[in-house]
Design a protein around this ligand. Sequence first.
Ligand code: COA
Length: 297
Amino acid sequence: MKSTIFLLCLGIIFSIQAEFVKYEEETDIAILTINRPRALNALNSQVLDEIDKVLESIDTEKIRVLIITGEGQRSFVAGADIAEMSTLTKVQGAEFSKKGNDVFRKIETFPIPVIAAINGYALGGGCELAMSCDIRICSENAIFGQPEVGLGITPGFGGTQRLARLVGLGMAKQMIFTAQNIRSDEAYRIGLVNAVHPKEELLNEAKKLATTIAKNGANAIKNSKKAINDGYQMEIDKAIQIEEQLFGECFQSDEQVERMKNFLEKGKKRQTKKEDKSEEKPKNLRTEEKKEAEKEK
Ligand code: COA
């Protein structure tokens, strides 16, 4: 059944018809849930289109962090839809790969941070979806893998590229060539996820992380994400220039002026407190002298 997603953007409420994606906002944090539990949240073309539509409609001036998770207890996303892929031609295969890659690249370059809260199977396209997010945390029952070669295909939504960048060439090749899955503890050990949590706590932990991020300067975070992403593939001297430019741009923002002013004002208060304390010191000294005198008695 199609549910209607209401979104507030530029003061206008509009809706998106979505069957397989849920979208909720909790103040300045948004949660996008892949909602196709009967197929373990497998990604068919419709799911990819719906994710794309939701991303397009998010007001990234209002929303500070996006969390992506999967519906149900068992699966984040169990891969691209095998039934849909089973009859594709060469051209259609490349188009399907492009569709997934376009959506995942949109997530990777989304202006605000995106956290993957991986609540079970993250196989094939699921692992690739998680890897397109900025930060990955998972539940203890999460299972990761790139099983594509077992089905006679390569990973097609970025897996041949992002996995090696995240965990190194050797481990990426092992995972892809063997098509063997790994558990959450191994995913943590190789740096595929940043943290592992009990499954009932996962979403809360994702929200806590999002809240911690959202306390910081919105523009500074956007510029940091851009600097990291753009610079990552470049030669260091060019990458450093990107940082310099984006660092410079921060000084056009109100948040920089306010946040630095606040720090300096708090600094004055800290200084006054320190001075007050140092005035109290003689009292303490007298106490110490008393103690010494008593000892001598
Ligand atoms: N594409 C399409 N449907 C999928 C799917 C996928 N990637 N993964 C799971 N499903 C569907 C199953 O077909 C099944 O549907 P059905 O009830 O209509 O038959 C339903 O989800 C439940 O899956 P099932 O295999 O019965 O659950 P399980 O607990 O026995 O196994 C997995 C779970 C994840 C191990 C198994 O479903 C699996 O290996 N899925 C494919 C993973 C994969 O290769 N992904 C990469 C694709 S490129």
